[in-house]
Design a protein around this ligand. Structure first.
Ligand code: ADP
Ligand code: ADP
Ligand code: MG
Length: 686
């Protein structure tokens, strides 16, 4: 047998952070890279991260990143020997994996037969049952008769979970609490399944109590060797999608780890798996969080690709999993054996998404006007404490075409406690302006009692809802102080014509407003929808006075030396705080170590008569596709009732009635693409 040689050139059939991340390892290994890109991504970061790039079509995934003929053509034209599919898109597409091989290219992933075997949740479960891997009690037969499914659910006992057999990404899943609700839930699950996956087959499972999602990273090579690279705990989820992931799993015992690792290896072996894969288990905690000895694990599914959260495994093992993928794909044996592998410290990953957690995680689009990240570096040999995997740069646009994940923040520490503290700091140093993100929400999750004490299960977010949503970490006083300080410092800079550093007295300068001889200035502000006035005065030498409706405050401020113009140092009522303050138009974005907020400076003249009148109009909150209308013209509706469903950024959003009323005209049909702000239907308020 000839010795395998490393690829000279590979094509990366993906975009965003994962394409950049794969390119990074290739670069380090001396492997050339070819990017592919759509219209929306013509100037994307992943294009620049690769040595060459090939245009493959329109912005919608079906016109570019899912066009596998085009991608294979690009690989041939550029002389790439192999294709790395990343995750999502074509990574679990059996036809694509086959077509690569037929075209004489190496698919960097498992054989098509393994993808196929694991592709359907129901069939893979039948296979796992044969291989002796424990399954959640349930029904995964091919008979899909409604009455039979209801009988099976009754037999399993409620609550049950209905899952689309072809489902993924948290879609096509319904929890059912009682027998009476089963038929409706089944119908809606089937509808979503046929729309999203073109297949309405479902399976039914017992809904595991106090469930934890713990998955095992496995690796196989072409010589039949297997190892597991320990576990990741991905229990912190919203809408069945992962939010925070960590490794190792808190409370895991060596004994349970070995059993789960072995079961995962058996699962991989049963399908002759090659490359990186993840076996997901749902873990029952019948006696509560502190009793790992009572934990029971059941096979959920196998993801036959690199996983979004693979960096936490890299952090605790000191390995580069993409390097392993490349080595295995060109025929090398696994670089290490099971007994060579060990866990070092603790790692946590947070998924930074463009979305509004306070509005049911509605995805957001827009331009990254400020994209400030904590100091970081990739984990190389020695684990460093902060890593950022990102597919965007400041100034880039988050478009509605792809999913809403902007970046991943990964931290490592000697202990979980240390990693947790690092994550909190790293999130505090993540400053994104221009669109809504979940950064502050993630900080609240990380600091919640449940997360801090590792009381993990998939209901953590709803359980801690009180401390996670609609939080006000920065109140009016600090927001107003930051705004007036920045306004004065800006004028001072302008007047001085140079950068003003250090503690200086704004009143000592001959600036715009002092030249009128008035040591007093008022600002009209809008904070959380309410108008406020702030008056800054200097009654006598020394500090300044800030008057707000709530009272008087002492205030001093300066531009911090050695930093950019957005760094401001303020002392408010005796407390000194380092702030980052950015301004976009009238909006001032304030970031402090303990939180962030926005406040608007109202220019009374400019805004006179500019009244927001949305009465009766129901508009698309973002660009996307109309999935369905739940009402028709003439229907009487109640406040909060679902009117229409839209799909954007791979998620469905329900548009609800803002008040009681009667539905007027429907202005679009299901399937129509709509732009942001487009009126979807008319509603006459009662
Ligand atoms: P992981 O299991 O690695 O955490 P996710 O389940 O979040 O990853 O999925 C990874 C990516 O693939 C995400 O961008 C997700 O939207 C996408 N994805 C996963 N499964 C599907 C599917 N069946 N159809 C479409 N997109 C999917
Ligand atoms: P997807 O393909 O969307 O990732 P999974 O089958 O992997 O779907 O399940 C996703 C999530 O749904 C899990 O991480 C878990 O939170 C929840 N879940 C799945 N099966 C069960 C179950 N039987 N009981 C309780 N929760 C479950
Ligand atoms: Mg899953």
């Amino acid at each position: 047998m000839k010795t395998p040689t490393m690829f000279k050139k590979i094509l990366i059939a993906n975009r965003g952070e994962i394409a950049c991340r794969v390119a990074q390892t290739a670069l380090r290994m001396g492997v050339q890279t070819v990017a592919v890109y759509s219209d929306a991504d013509a100037d994307a970061r992943h294009v620049r991260a690769c040595d060459e790039a090939v245009y493959i079509g329109g912005s919608a995934p079906k016109d570019s990143y899912l066009r596998w003929e085009k991608i294979i053509e690009a690989a041939r034209a550029t002389g790439a020997q192999a294709i790395h599919p990343g995750y999502g898109f074509l990574s679990e597409n059996v036809d694509f994996a086959k077509a690569c091989v037929q075209a004489g290219l190496v698919f960097i992933g498992p054989p098509a037969s393994a993808i196929q075997a694991m592709g359907l949740k129901a069939e893979s479960k039948q296979l796992m049952e044969k291989a002796g891997v424990p399954l959640v009690p349930g029904y995964h037969g091919s008979d899909q008769d409604d009455a039979l499914l209801q009988r099976e659910a009754d037999r399993i006992g409620y609550p049950v979970l209905i899952k689309a057999s072809a489902g993924g990404g948290g879609k096509g899943m319904r929890a059912v609490d009682k027998a009476e609700d089963f038929a409706d839930a089944l119908a809606s699950c089937k509808r979503e399944a046929i729309n999203s996956f073109g297949d309405d087959a479902v399976l039914i499972e017992k809904y595991v109590q106090r469930p934890r999602h713990i998955e095992i990273q496995v690796f196989g090579d072409t010589l039949g060797n297997y190892v597991y690279l320990f576990e990741r705990d991905c229990s912190v989820q919203r809408r069945h999608q992962k939010v925070l992931e960590e490794a190792p799993a808190p409370g895991m015992t060596a004994e349970l780890r070995a059993r789960m690792g072995q079961a995962a290896v058996e699962a991989a072996r049963a399908v002759n798996y090659v490359g990186a894969g993840t076996v997901e288990f749902i873990v029952e905690q019948p006696q509560g969080y502190a009793h790992p000895e009572a934990m029971k694990f059941f096979f959920m599914e196998m993801n036959t690709r690199l996983q979004v959260e693979h960096p936490v495994t890299e952090a605790i093992t000191g390995l580069d999993l993409v390097e392993w993928q490349l080595r295995v794909a060109c025929g090398e044996p696994l670089p290490l054996q099971q007994h060579d592998l060990q866990i070092n410290g603790h790692a946590i990953e947070a998924r930074i998404c463009a979305e509004n957690p306070d509005n049911n995680f509605l995805p957001a689009t827009g331009t990254l006007q400020v994209y400030g990240l904590p100091p970081y570096s990739y984990f190389e040999r020695a684990p460093l404490s902060v890593r950022v995997d990102s597919g965007v740069r400041e100034g880039d646009t988050i478009s509605p075409y792809y999913d809403s994940m902007v970046a991943k923040l990964i931290v490592h520490g000697a202990t979980r406690e240390e990693a947790l503290a690092r994550m909190d700091t790293a999130l505090a140093q993540t400053h994104i302006v221009g669109l809504a993100t979940n950064v502050q929400f993630l900080r609240h999750v990380v600091r919640s009692a449940s997360f801090e004490s590792a009381q993990l299960d998939t209901a953590l977010i709803p359980r801690e809802a009180n401390v996670l949503f609609n939080r006000e970490d920065i109140g009016l006083t600090l927001a107003a102080a930051a705004t007036v300080a920045q306004a004065v410092l800006r004028e001072q800079r302008k007047a001085a014509g140079v950068d003003v550093n250090g503690w200086t007295d704004p009143w000592a300068q001959r600036d715009g407003w002092l030249s009128h001889g008035v040591s007093r200035r008022s600002f009209a502000l809008n904070f959380k929808g309410e108008a406020h006035s702030a008056v800054l005065t200097r009654p006598r030498a020394g500090g300044m006075q800030l008057a707000l409706a709530g009272g008087e405050h002492t205030l001093q401020f300066a531009q911090s030396p050695d930093t950019d113009a957005s760094a401001i140092d303020i002392t408010l009522d005796g407390e000194r705080l380092a702030l980052q303050v950015y301004r976009t138009g009238d909006v001032v974005h304030v970031f402090a170590a303990h939180g962030s907020t926005q406040i608007t400076v109202v220019d009374a003249l400019a805004h006179a008569g500019d009244v927001q009148q949305e009465g009766g109009r129901l508009t698309a909150p973002m660009p996307g596709k109309v999935v369905s209308f739940a009402v028709k013209a003439g229907d009487a509706v109640k406040k909060g009732q679902a009117l229409a469903v839209m799909e954007a950024m791979k998620m469905e959003h329900t548009i609800a009635a803002p008040s009681d009323g009667t539905v007027g005209e429907l202005l679009f049909a299901p399937g129509d693409q709509v732009t942001e702000g487009a009126e979807l239907l008319r509603l006459e308020a009662a």
